[in-house]
Structure formats: C-alpha cells, structure tokens
Write a new protein. Sequence first.
Length: 65
Amino acid sequence: MEIDLIFKIAAVGIIVAVLNQLLKRAERDEQAMMTTLAGLVVVLMMVVSKIGELFDTIKNIFGLS
C-alpha cells in the first residue's frame, strides 16, 4: 500500500475539519455539511480506485481473467 494515499486522505480530513469548524462558527451549518459530504466523496473516490486495482490484482494472481 502506498503511504502517499494515507497522507492524501489525512490532508483531506484536516482541510475538511478546519473548513467545517470555520463554517459552523460563522453559523453556516448547511455549507459545513456540504463541505463534509464533498470531502467524504473525494476520499471514497480515492479508496474505490484502489479497491478496483486490488480486484484486478487478485484476478491476475488466480488467473480469473
């Protein structure tokens, strides 16, 4: 597993957390929720691509192609 992926996910989490706190303090709860959801979607897209690579590797190892 690449360590870069972990750092990218952590960076997205930190940025989303900071933006969430700033928006909540400005009483913009709807935008804070949308920011959190956008961060979640970005991280899920990163993870889904890696899971796809994992399934391709498993297919190649067992010759299921």
